[in-house]
Design a protein around this ligand. Structure first.
Ligand SMILES: NC(=O)c1ccc[n+]([C@@H]2O[C@H](COP(=O)([O-])OP(=O)(O)OC[C@H]3O[C@@H](n4cnc5c(N)ncnc54)[C@H](OP(=O)(O)O)[C@@H]3O)[C@@H](O)[C@H]2O)c1
Length: 347
């Protein structure tokens, strides 16, 4: 083992302090440390990886806060942030992984990571697609769209579907799955360019810029005069309140995320919940972790659609670890157009 493999410089994105309310670039810093590219003696069951693509995901803001009893642990100030990524195995002491394997799953926001517990990593088998897709369409957000839409919403042909944050990592796939299921689908997003993408790239039947609407109730009545059967909830807050008023009898709401609340120190309350009762609506929250057993089934469904051009995906690609803090912060003002990815290295 050459000296240069034993001690390689390793750029990392560090959380400076716990975040309160909204996140800023100054909450993170980029520092360079060193790492041995060989798994330490006696460290069984680990993999040493080179990180290629990192995923910026809204839930990461919640991990930057000091919260106890959350479904995922808070990050540790002074240490590298962790998140989903696509990586290449450089060394392995785990029987399921070997050098040069490509994987996706939890890794560090750094150039190289020693992953001591690889049990949550997925081996990438299909490389005939952009590898970065395993941070989005073929990774956690894709699985989220699939599980949330099919497992929770039970769509039927001809039903009406509304998707908020529709041009993002999850939403763009939900809309396309809804179309493939024979539903009528409308999405909302925060700019006219995103609305254009929804209608002309992802095939939504219609779309609107929620930032241009004075009254969400009026907007939803315009697009759903007979009401909404399925709402794929990504934003929460005032939009959820308006949706509740516009749901149909026996409607389903998949509560996937509520990004409008993540930057608030005090979450807002929700009006109009009585609709849940009077219209017999089923609103159910979910976390993608609980559905990873369906991943092979998801791949079997989605890969042929990608190959036939029936499912498409838009990514917003930031270059280099230095750009990662800005890219992550941008999610909360809608700066990203499509799935926000950070390229650390291409191979
Ligand atoms: N339950 C799960 O397991 C799970 C897994 C993955 C993601 N999620 C959730 O799914 C949702 C979408 O995630 P994603 O990865 O697809 O993110 P994304 O849509 O790619 O990026 C976030 C988008 O949210 C919108 N947004 C930001 N602040 C907003 C606000 N105050 N009000 C309304 N919209 C706002 C912005 O788009 P606009 O320009 O359109 O405003 C932004 O581009 C999030 O709530 C996330 O937490 C849940």
């Amino acid at each position: 083992m050459g000296e240069e493999l034993m001690n390689r410089s390793n750029k990392q994105v560090i959380l400076n302090n716990y975040v309160k309310g909204s996140v800023n670039e100054s909450d993170m810093s980029v520092r360079t440390s060193t790492i041995s590219l060989k798994i330490p003696e006696g460290q069984d069951g680990a993999v040493l990886v080179k990180n290629l693509y990192l995923s910026c995901d809204p839930y990461m803001l919640n991990r930057m806060k000091k919260v106890e009893g959350h479904y995922v642990d808070s990050f540790t100030p002074g240490s590298p942030i962790t998140g989903y990524g696509v990586s290449k195995v450089l060394d392995s002491s785990h029987p399921n992984f070997k050098k040069d394997d490509l994987i996706w799953g939890f890794t560090g926001w750094e150039e190289y990571s020693l992953i001591k517990d690889p049990s949550q990593l997925f081996k990438i088998q299909e490389t005939n697609v952009p590898l970065s897709y395993y941070t989005g369409l073929l990774g956690m957000p894709g699985m989220t769209a699939y599980a949330g839409f099919f497992e929770l919403c039970s769509p039927k042909k001809g039903e009406t579907v509304y998707v908020s944050a529709a041009s993002g990592a999850v939403g763009q796939l939900v809309g396309q799955l809804a179309k493939l299921s024979g539903c009528y689908v409308v999405g909302s997003a925060g700019s006219n360019d995103k609305v254009d993408l929804l209608k002309n790239k992802f095939g939504f039947d219609d779309a609107f810029n929620y930032k241009e609407e004075q009254d969400y109730n009026v907007a939803l009545k315009r697009y759903f005069p007979d009401g909404i059967d399925i709402y794929f909830e990504n934003v929460g807050g005032k939009m959820l309140e308006a949706v509740l008023n516009n749901m149909r009898l026996h409607g389903r709401i998949a509560a996937c995320g509520m990004i409008s609340q993540y930057s608030l120190e005090q979450p807002e309350g929700v009006h109009n919940l009585l609709n849940l009762i009077t219209k017999r609506i089923r609103m159910e929250g979910f976390i993608v972790f609980d559905y990873y057993h369906l991943y092979p089934k998801f791949l079997e469904m989605v890969l042929p659609h990608i190959n036939q051009g029936k499912i498409t995906y838009v990514e917003d690609v930031a270059q280099g670890l230095e750009s990662a803090p800005t890219a992550l912060v941008g999610l909360f003002s809608g700066r990203n157009v499509g799935k926000q990815v950070v390229v650390v290295a291409r191979e």
